[in-house]
Design a protein around this ligand. Structure first.
Ligand code: SF4
Length: 235
């Protein structure tokens, strides 16, 4: 299993304003709003602890819409089998920015600093998405180094792939080194965490080059998708 903390998180104010809309630009001209924004940025940069754990697992066979791994684990449903079709291995990962951001946002809420708390919560979500993108690029680069290809990534619950499969992912990975656990209600703790899979193989794969957003059921109303598009040039 691989564990890495080597991520670069970038909070570009212009991108954030662009995705929220023109009203934020006007609001940030107000001294109290700008002070909350600057304080939230300081909090986020101080409290972020990006980390990811991931590993690869040999695929034994594709059985209808599910994969059977060499270790006997069954995983899939929704678009999984079609996206990773042709893969020989499945990369499975969990990433996080740690729980300090959410804890701080909760304290700020309780203190009545709601705007600063909202900005901080937003920055935490943006940060963990950046970790995810960089983890996927790392998995792709490792595959390329072997002369292999990588499929689009998918996360349980984002698409028609059931969120109940979080338990399969956590059964495959030891996430203790990055401090992430799966609760009984299948929610990851810290909340600013994400899990994902990527298909790997020497030949063409079901879907390559697409974003996980392309399979997401809320893509048309997601602000983070717009942020990601601005940051990476994805469509
Ligand atoms: S559309 Fe939004 S919620 Fe869905 S995968 Fe993309 S960033 Fe995540």
């Amino acid at each position: 299993m691989y564990v890495t903390h080597d991520f670069t998180i970038c909070f570009d104010e212009t991108q954030y304003i662009a995705q929220v809309g023109g009203s934020l630009s006007n609001l940030l001209a107000r001294p109290n709003v700008r002070a909350s924004w600057v304080a939230a940025l300081d909090d986020a940069r101080r409290l972020l602890r990006p980390a990811a754990a991931w590993d690869t697992f040999a695929i034994k066979e594709f059985r209808h819409e599910r994969l059977v791994l060499a270790n006997g684990t069954r995983i899939g449903g929704g678009p999984v089998a079609s996206v990773v079709a042709g893969a020989s291995e499945l990369a499975v990962g969990v990433c996080t920015v740690d729980g300090a951001i959410s804890s701080r946002a909760t304290v700020l809420q309780a203190e009545g600093q709601r705007l600063r708390a909202m900005f901080l919560d937003d920055l935490g979500s943006w940060a963990v998405d950046q970790v995810r993108q960089q983890l996927c690029r790392g998995i792709e680069a490792a595959a390329k180094g072997r002369g292999w290809r990588a499929s689009a990534s998918l996360s349980p619950g984002e698409s028609e792939w059931s969120v109940s499969e979080q338990s399969v992912i956590f059964g495959l990975l030891d996430t203790q080194p990055i401090g992430v656990v799966l609760t009984e209600s299948l929610v990851m703790s810290p909340i600013k965490s994400l899990s994902l899979i990527v298909g790997l193989g020497p030949g063409p794969l079901g879907v390559e080059g697409a974003s996980n957003c392309d399979f997401c059921t809320i893509r048309e109303r997601c602000n983070y998708r717009r942020l990601r598009t601005m940051q990476t040039g994805e469509q």
